[in-house]
Design a protein around this ligand. Sequence first.
Ligand code: GLU
Length: 374
Amino acid sequence: MTFAPNPAPYSRIVIKLGTSVLTEGTRNFSRPRLVEIVRQCATLHQKGFEIILVSSGAMAAGKEKLQFPTLPPLVPAKQMLSAVGQPWLMALYSEYFDIYGILVGQMLLTRADLQSRKRYLNARHTLHALIQGHVVPIINENDTVTAEEIRVGDNDNLSAMVATLAEADLLVLLTDQPGLFTADPRTNPGAELIPEVERIDERLLAGAGASITGLGTGGMATKLQAAETATRGGATVVIASGSVPDVIPRLAHGESIGTRFQPGSSRPENRKRWLLAGYTRSGWITVDAGAATALARRGSSLLPIGVAAVEGDFDRGDTISLYNPQGREIARGLSNYNAAEVRRLQGCHSSEIETRLGYQYGEEVIHRNDLILL
Ligand code: GLU
């Protein structure tokens, strides 16, 4: 097979397919829809675009295969659905891409794979090897083994992590909505489509509210989180409807469909991208005014003395958010201590760490090398 040069603005594209797209809003898997999506991806692939799919739908496929069983609302039951659905889904992708002479490769990831530097690098190498081999990677969360605390939880955020990991130019979040609206279009007839977003702010997040499709896991809120992560990682992000004809090639060629989010001004270097990708939303720290200035102006580390408050829960090694006293997120970084330890160290001088804890991992809560300013 020959690969022609690719003249479009984007060359490496991550496409996230929500369950509602793959089932066309029903409870059954839509093979015609899947055929159509594969055709669009294959057209681009043959023109030299690098395509990565993040596909949901394992659970929906499992339900269909097991003929919609009545199951207890327990994690193992859901994991059983994924275990049945995932290989079936992959078999379909494999068969349909094969029509075009394209091979697919499966990658199942968890948050732990993106948080540990070593595992992150492994995942990145595999992804790059697949792309270089002209294989289309098809990624999903490794639902069958992920307990709540190591899950990403939704494929919107997972696809943003993948886009960051892969250094993608474009992340397309395909869903059953035409894009992001000023309000929920199902309840508010005055709601308007937002074609272009320069900055994700509070107003936008409030508008996205809890709009969920009821089929997949994510809604507009997780799509905005994803857009935030991926644009910071240097990708353009588009939310668009999977039913628009030829939506994927048209977006790849720069056409305006749905809602587009502009990428951050520069692509962060590799290690900082990892910090963005492995980010957890389970805990955060508010720093005092002095620490906020020191972080922003002098590129300092965060010391215990600058910690004003600790919220939620996180482990040593997790990437967490730092907020200034005005409540604005100013940085993300890798915590040297877990949430309980930071609470005990809050406000103390670094020389007291050993006496307060009986051990120490270093004098910083977050070292400057493990910190990315936003
Ligand atoms: N991993 C889930 C599945 O394949 C989908 C998660 C999501 O919809 O965001 O069913």
